[in-house]
Design a protein around this ligand. Structure first.
Ligand code: ADP
Length: 668
C-alpha cells in the first residue's frame, strides 16, 4: 500500500506488493519504508496496527514516535533519529531486540528490526523489517533460568560443603585437642572431667550434623517413612517444652507456652517426627533470638470438617533477629542460610528448615513463615490428625486413686479436670478458695475417706498456694501427693514448694496423659521407696557360716558397707554352737555356706532347727550355694532353710532375699 500519491506503480509492482503483503502477513513480520529526510512513512504493512497496538495515524507522518516506544535491555537508549542517522546509504544493520508492550492489549513481545538505508531515484530511504522474536527469546530466557537454577543449586552445594567441612572440623578439632589435653593432664581429675565433658558436647554436635545430613538425604530420596501410632499430645509437648525451656533458660529468654482450652489429647501420627519439627523451629527461635528475648509457643486445636480428625495448629513466635522478605522465599530450601551480620557466628547448616518442611508436607500439613527484619519471626505449622478417644480403663483404681481434690482460682481449669475424669470411678472435688479447700480436707479426714491426690494451682483465692500446701501437711498425717499445677519454670520455685510439702509438679495446660504419667511416677516411686525400706539391712546382725577365709572377708566387708554386722563361724558345727550360746534375738538371720568341713550347711541348718531355743525355729536361714541346681535348692528347703542365694554373692540379690524374708517374718 502506498501513501505518496505522486508515485504511479506499474502493474508488476502492484503484484509484487500483494505478494509482499501476503508474505509479511504469514511471517507476522512488519515491513516499512520511510523517508530519511522527515521520517514520513512511504509504506507499511497492514498488520502493523494489530501487532503493535498503535494506530497508523499516530506515526504515518513521522515514524520516530513509534520506534521510540520499545525498550531495550542492558544498553543505554540512543534516540531513534540519531541511531538512524549513523547509518550511511547502502548500509544495513540488525538492531537490538526490544521489549514491546502492546498499549491496547498489554501483551508483551520481543521484536527485532533489520534496517537498510538506500538512495532510490535520488530519494534517501530506510527499509525496515521487524520480526517477532518472542518465542525465541522466551525459550532463551527459560534456558537461562534453568542454567541459573542449576548454577545456584551447585553454588549452594559448594557453599554447603564448605560450611559442612567447617562445621565438622570445629568439633573434630575440639575432640582431638581435648584428647591431647587429657593425656597431658591425666593426673588432674578435675581437668579430665572438664575436658571429657567438652568432648561429649562436641560429639553431640557432630552427631547432630550427621543426623541432619542423613535425614535430608533420606527424605530427598523418598526413603523416609512415617510412623502411625497412638500418642498423647500432652506428653509430646512436655518433652518438647523440657528441651526448649532448658535452651531458652541458657540464653535468659522468656519461654511461654499457651495451650489453654485444649480438649483432645490422644492422636494418631508420628510423634517422634512431630517432636523433631517443633524442636527444629523452637530451637531456631532460641538460636536466632538474642539473650533476654521472648519466645511464645501457642498450640490450638479444633475439630476438622472430616469426622474424627482435628486441625492442630502450632505457632512459634520470637522477637529475635527476624529475616528479610527475600530470604523468607528461600528459607525452606536445603542448604540456605541468611548471610548477614547477625547470623554470622551462629552455627548451622541450613538443613533444619528444609527437613522440617519436608516432614510437615509428608504428614499432609502446611508450614509458613512471616518475619520482619530486626523484629522477629512467626512460624505456623498446621497438621490434620485423627483424634482417638481416651480409654482410661482401670488406670485409676489400679493406682489406688478414688478421690482427687483440685484447688485453683481458675474455675474453668477445675471444671476441665473434672470433665476429663468424668467417665471414671474417680470423685473430683474442687475449690477456688484456699480456706474452703482446707475445710474440704478436714471434712474428708473426719469421714475417713481422705483425698488420694491434691492438685494445687499456683493461684488460689485468699491464700498463697504454698501456705495451702503447708497447712494441709500440718493437718494431715498421711502424706498423700500434692501436685503443683505450674505455668512457669518449676526449678525456680522447687525448693520453696518442697519445703511447703509439695511433692510433684505438673505443667499447665492440664492433659490427661501428663497427669497419668505423674501418677504412675508417684506410684512407682512409692513402691521403690517401700522396696528400699524393706531391703535395707542397716543395723542387722548376721551369723555367717563360711569356711573359706577370703569369702568370709568379702562377705563381712560387703555387709559392713550396707551397715550390717557379720559374725563368722568357720564351719557348720561352730555355727550351731555359736547360735546355741547366743542370747535369743542376738542374730537377725543366718547365712549358711553348704560345703564346709566338720559339718556341712544342710546338717547345720537341721541341727539349728532342732535346738531347744526360743528363736531356733523362726530365725531365717539363707543357704549360700555355689551351684543353685533344683535339687540343691530342694535339699536346702528340706533341711529347714528359708531361701538360697548363689555364690559369688551379688549384694543386690542378697538384699532382695533378706528383704523378702523380713516381710514374711513381720507378717507372721
Ligand atoms: P540453620 O542450621 O542454619 O539454623 P535452618 O534450616 O534451621 O538452618 O534455618 C535456615 C536459616 O533460616 C537460618 O540459617 C537463619 O538464617 C534463618 N532462620 C530460621 N529460623 C529463624 C528465626 N526464628 N529467626 C531468624 N532467622 C531464622
Amino acid at each position: 500500500m502506498r501513501y505518496r500519491q505522486n508515485r504511479n506503480p506499474s502493474v508488476f509492482q502492484k503484484d509484487m506488493e500483494e505478494l509482499f503483503d501476503y508474505t509479511v502477513e504469514q511471517t507476522r513480520s512488519i515491513t516499512a519504508i520511510f523517508s530519511a529526510e522527515d521520517y514520513s512513512v512511504l509504506y507499511i504493512s497492514d498488520n502493523a496496527e494489530e501487532l503493535l497496538g498503535v494506530e497508523k495515524k499516530d506515526y504515518l507522518g513521522n515514524i520516530i514516535n513509534l520506534l521510540e516506544m520499545g525498550t531495550r535491555d542492558n544498553r543505554p537508549e540512543i534516540p531513534a533519529d540519531i541511531f538512524l542517522d549513523r547509518l550511511n546509504p547502502g548500509d544495513s544493520v540488525e538492531a537490538d531486540v526490544i521489549r514491546w508492550t502492546n498499549p491496547k492489549t498489554g501483551e508483551k513481545k520481543f521484536l527485532q528490526g533489520h534496517i537498510k538505508r538506500n538512495i532510490i531515484e535520488g530519494e534517501d530511504i530506510f527499509f525496515i523489517v521487524v520480526t517477532d522474536k518472542t518465542d525465541e527469546v522466551s525459550r532463551r530466557h527459560q534456558m537461562q533460568e534453568m542454567i541459573d537454577v542449576a548454577n545456584a543449586a551447585n553454588q549452594a552445594k559448594t557453599n554447603f560443603l564448605a560450611n559442612m567441612s567447617h562445621d565438622f572440623r570445629t568439633p573434630m578439632n575440639a575432640i582431638t585437642n581435648f584428647n591431647l589435653l587429657i593425656a597431658k593432664n591425666s593426673e588432674n581429675p578435675q581437668k579430665v572431667r572438664d575436658y571429657t565433658h567438652k568432648i561429649e558436647l562436641s560429639c553431640e554436635s557432630l552427631l547432630g550434623l550427621l543426623n541432619d545430613v542423613l535425614d535430608m538425604s533420606k527424605i530427598e530420596s523418598g526413603k523416609a517413612k512415617l510412623n502411625n501410632e497412638e500418642f498423647a499430645l500432652g506428653l509430646l509437648l512436655e518433652e518438647v517444652n523440657s528441651v526448649v525451656a532448658f535452651q531458652a533458660k541458657g540464653k535468659k529468654q522468656e519461654y511461654c507456652v499457651h495451650a489453654g482450652g485444649m480438649q483432645q489429647d490422644l492422636f494418631k501420627g508420628d510423634k517422634q517426627r512431630i517432636n523433631e519439627i517443633l524442636v527444629n523451629i523452637l530451637g531456631n527461635a532460641v538460636k536466632y533470638t538474642p539473650e533476654g528475648g521472648r519466645i511464645d509457643f501457642t498450640i490450638t486445636e479444633e475439630k476438622a470438617l472430616t469426622t474424627g480428625y482435628w486441625d492442630v495448629k502450632f505457632e512459634i513466635k520470637d522477637n529475635g533477629i527476624g529475616m528479610s522478605k527475600s530470604f523468607q522465599e528461600t528459607i525452606f530450601e536445603a542448604f540456605t542460610r541468611e548471610d548477614k551480620a547477625s547470623t554470622r557466628g551462629i552455627q548451622g547448616t541450613g538443613l533444619g528448615m528444609a527437613i522440617t518442611k519436608s516432614l510437615v508436607e509428608m504428614m499432609g500439613g502446611t508450614i509458613s513463615v512471616d518475619a520482619e527484619e530486626g523484629k522477629g519471626s512467626v512460624f505456623v505449622v498446621k497438621l490434620r490428625l485423627p483424634g482417638l478417644s481416651q480409654d482410661q480403663g482401670k488406670f485409676w483404681s489400679e493406682h489406688g486413686i478414688r478421690r482427687i481434690l483440685v484447688i485453683d482460682d481458675d474455675l474453668k481449669e477445675c471444671e476441665k479436670i473434672e470433665m476429663a475424669l468424668h467417665d471414671t470411678d474417680v470423685e473430683v472435688f474442687f475449690s477456688t478458695s484456699g480456706y474452703r479447700a482446707l475445710h474440704l480436707v478436714d471434712v474428708s479426714d473426719e469421714d475417713e475417706k481422705g483425698f488420694d491426690v491434691i492438685l494445687l494451682g499456683m493461684k488460689v483465692l485468699r491464700l498463697d498456694c504454698f501456705e495451702v500446701a503447708e497447712r494441709i501437711r500440718f493437718k494431715k498425717f498421711r502424706r498423700q501427693p500434692i501436685i503443683l499445677l505450674l505455668t512457669e519454670e518449676w526449678e525456680e520455685i522447687a525448693e520453696k514448694a518442697r519445703e511447703s510439702g509439695i511433692t510433684d509438679f505438673l505443667t499447665k495446660p492440664f492433659f490427661m496423659s501428663t497427669f497419668q504419667q505423674i501418677i504412675t511416677d508417684i506410684v512407682n516411686r512409692n513402691l521403690q521407696a517401700m522396696q528400699e525400706r524393706e531391703n535395707s539391712i542397716m543395723g542387722m546382725r548376721f551369723l555367717a557360716a563360711e569356711d573359706n577365709d577370703i569369702n568370709a572377708d568379702i562377705l563381712t566387708e560387703l555387709m559392713a558397707m550396707e551397715g550390717a554386722i557379720v559374725v563368722r563361724a568357720k564351719d557348720g558345727a561352730e555355727a550351731v554352737e555359736m547360735f546355741e550360746k547366743a542370747e535369743p534375738g542376738s542374730f537377725d538371720m543366718i547365712l549358711m555356706d553348704i560345703q564346709m568341713p566338720v559339718m556341712n550347711g544342710y546338717q547345720a541348718a537341721e541341727a539349728i532347727r532342732k535346738l531347744e531355743k526360743e528363736d531356733a525355729k523362726d530365725i531365717p536361714i539363707i543357704a549360700m550355694t555355689a551351684n543353685a541346681y533344683a535339687d540343691d535348692v530342694q535339699k536346702a528347703v528340706k533341711s529347714g532353710m528359708n531361701a538360697h542365694v548363689s555364690k559369688p554373692i551379688d549384694m543386690r540379690v542378697l538384699e532382695d532375699t533378706i528383704g523378702g524374708l523380713k516381710v514374711n517374718n513381720e507378717s507372721t
